[in-house]
Write a protein that binds this ligand. Structure first.
Ligand code: KIV
Length: 254
């Protein structure tokens, strides 16, 4: 077991874990030097880096390119590589994809799905590769699963989410993302869960840690901000201001 991941696992019930996406060398180096615990090279890069409408256009080639850059930058944080859609349809394919992502420097991989992905997660963890699960709203399935709505609002959905968490745990994952889930349900899952839960859009303090998309945190993608985002900066505004100042200087040299 990677010692950085062992240290994260030991945080259950103690200090909350911070996770943030990054997709390129300078951003990863900045968030690593700022002290974030885990860097997720999320397939959200399809939207915020590549301009696709959702994550279903992301390929393994995209991920390998970005994971390699992030891994070069990260000295302290655990680097988690997202597995893109249709690269883990079978346990064999899942293991091959996980090996490819580890070969370019990831410390762990993440894939979406609970009970339906138990065999895939087990194939990867049994090969000694750490896995972060992902339950609740699954962006790769958002079209067939009824859009970007909060999960766990009915008793049936809440029970299914609990079963998803149990499957991810049985399969040997070291942590699990709980996305866009009713806050009381995320809290109940966390209390019942022996591994680290990481919330996004699942309420403050309901999970063992939180993950955010970097661009949502710094105001770097002004064309869409999720309702649960808590921006701490306006980088897009700063870029626009600097570029306008530069254009004005070029047009009117001293
Ligand atoms: O791709 C991503 O950024 C993610 C987070 C939203 C958890 O999966």
């Amino acid at each position: 077991m990677n010692s950085k991941i062992a240290a994260i696992i030991a945080r259950k019930g103690h200090t909350p874990v911070s996770e943030l996406t990054a997709y390129d060398y300078p951003t990863a180096r900045l968030v690593d030097e700022a002290g974030v615990d885990m860097i997720l090279v999320g397939d959200s890069l399809g939207m915020v880096m590549l301009g696709y409408p959702d994550t279903t256009h992301v390929t393994l080639a995209h991920m390998l390119h970005h994971v390699e850059a992030v891994a070069r930058a990260a000295q302290h944080a655990v680097v988690i590589a997202d597995m893109p859609i249709h690269t883990y349809d079978t346990p064999e394919q899942a293991l091959a994809t996980a090996h490819a992502l580890m070969a370019v420097g990831a410390d762990a991989v993440k894939l979406e799905g609970g009970a339906a992905m138990e065999a895939q997660i087990r194939a990867i963890t049994q090969a000694g590769i750490p896995v972060q699960g992902h339950i609740g709203l699954l962006p790769q399935k958002v079209r067939e699963d009824g859009g970007y709505r909060m999960r766990g609002k009915t008793d049936e959905e809440a029970a299914a989410l609990m079963r998803d968490m149990e499957a991810v745990v049985r399969a040997g994952a070291f942590s699990v993302v709980i996305e866009c889930t009713k806050h009381s349900v995320a809290k109940a899952i966390t209390e019942a869960c022996p591994i680290i839960t990481i919330g996004i859009g699942a309420g403050r303090g309901t999970c063992d840690g939180e993950v955010a998309v970097f661009h949502d945190l710094v105001g770097g993608y002004p064309w869409f901000t999720p309702s649960f985002a808590r921006p701490k900066a306006n980088i897009a505004g700063e870029i626009t201001r600097a570029v306008k100042e530069y254009i004005a200087e070029v047009r009117q040299p001293e």
